[in-house]
Ligand binder design. Structure first.
Ligand SMILES: C[S@@+](CC[C@H](N)C(=O)[O-])C[C@H]1O[C@@H](n2cnc3c(N)ncnc32)[C@H](O)[C@@H]1O
Length: 358
């Protein structure tokens, strides 16, 4: 489950995210100092980060190499859900049957089981393109900057217990447990007022009933808790009746893996109806544009695609790499165009608070 929460008593939900206060601190210092001070320490940290990156690259590569034909077929078939939308239940049922929720769940498992590793071949192993926070920073540094802003927004303090297994072990938070939970299967398995804060990144389009999920989150966070959400939304300029807009949407949803298409208003309403007070609701990217970062990621994977196609042609890697990378790289330009036209974004941020008890 991507939804992540923290509580002082020590339990937090699982994520594949690699974020930690240490990483955030490094990125912040690197960018703030213009990479000019503490050169030796900086070089060491860069080396450590690069060698870690290579490790995850190779383990992702080896995993993809060993995929069975069924895993590849299931991954390709899973894209059917991105042509659907939670808001059109009739079409969901017509395509997937009455048990469509279960089918979507099966598709998501097949999809993320492969996508996670494809993303790790590049700078998006956390499976999200961050808001464009700094023009000087790389994609990964922008991720860390955004994650730092979350920590500030939800009032995370030094020493608070966090969400990464290795981080928890390192800091001696061995009593923490990680809970994996499908957010389409409510209620959440936590007692009322358990968590001090909550955040999520780009997972809500996979949620069938966002208002119900926010009601559950309201229940499990403590009074006064702040929550942060970064997600995909369609923007006021998007007109579903406009054929160009509709075509862009049809191409972009599978690329970013979105089922639902919330709007800033629908998310705000779901939050306020649940009892939260919205403190911030904005596009977290500079000038509301994420396109420069999408372009960087797209360019990297298109270059990688050329290498992969060459290696497949030479029979140096299995043929299924071609199938996967062709699907993965499809429609990056549509995503950039949609962002530039301000029709939709994946960098919409909302910060909200559960009122404190009087
Ligand atoms: C676009 S990725 C966002 C990545 C995010 N940075 C993270 O750390 O997971 C969407 C995430 O939603 C999660 N997800 C998809 N369907 C879910 C569900 N029904 N319940 C819980 N998490 C789900 C996926 O596992 C994936 O991690």
């Amino acid at each position: 489950m991507t939804l992540q929460s923290l509580r002082h008593s020590g339990r937090s939900s699982e994520s594949n995210t690699e974020s930690s206060l240490d990483d955030i601190d490094i990125a912040k210092r690197n960018i703030a100092t213009g990479l000019s001070r503490g050169r030796h320490a900086h070089v060491d940290r860069k080396h450590a980060a690069a060698s870690k990156r290579w490790k995850t690259f190779w383990s992702a590569f080896r995993y993809l190499q060993g995929l069975t034909p069924k895993q590849v077929d299931d991954f390709m078939a899973s894209y059917v859900i991105y042509n659907l939308d939670w808001s059109d239940e009739k079409q969901m049922i017509a395509t997937l049957g009455e048990d469509y929720q279960q089918k979507v769940g099966d598709c998501l498992k097949a999809y993320y089981g492969v996508l996670n590793h494809l993303c790790a071949l590049g700078d998006v192993e956390k499976m999200y393109i961050p808001p464009w926070m700094s023009k000087k920073a790389t994609v990964r540094e922008n991720q860390l900057l955004y994650e730092e802003s979350i920590a500030q927004d939800i009032g995370l303090k030094s020493g608070d217990k966090l969400f990464r297994r290795s981080f928890n072990a390192q800091r001696g938070f061995s009593n923490n447990t990680f809970v994996v939970q499908d957010f389409n299967n409510l209620p959440l398995p936590f007692e009322d007022e358990t968590f001090d804060a909550f955040y999520q990144i780009q997972a809500l389009s996979l949620c069938k009933d966002i208002p119900a999920l926010f009601r559950e989150i309201y229940r499990v966070v403590k009074p006064g808790a702040k929550i942060s959400s970064l997600d995909w939304v369609s923007l006021p300029a998007y007109d579903p009746q406009n054929p160009e807009h509709a075509e862009l949407m049809r191409r972009v949803k599978p690329l970013i893996g979105a089922v639902g298409t919330p709007t800033p208003e629908s998310l705000e309403k779901a939050l306020t109806d649940a009892g939260f007070v919205v403190l911030k609701s904005d596009n977290a990217s500079i000038d509301g544009l994420q396109a420069p970062l999408i372009d960087t990621v797209d360019g990297y994977f298109r270059a990688m695609r050329q290498v992969i196609l060459g290696l497949v042609k030479l029979h140096l890697i299995p043929h299924h790499f071609k199938t996967l990378i062709n699907r993965f790289c499809l429609d990056g330009l549509a995503f950039i165009k949609m962002d530039n036209m301000r029709l939709a974004t994946t960098s919409y941020r909302i910060v909200a608070q559960k009122p404190a008890r009087n």
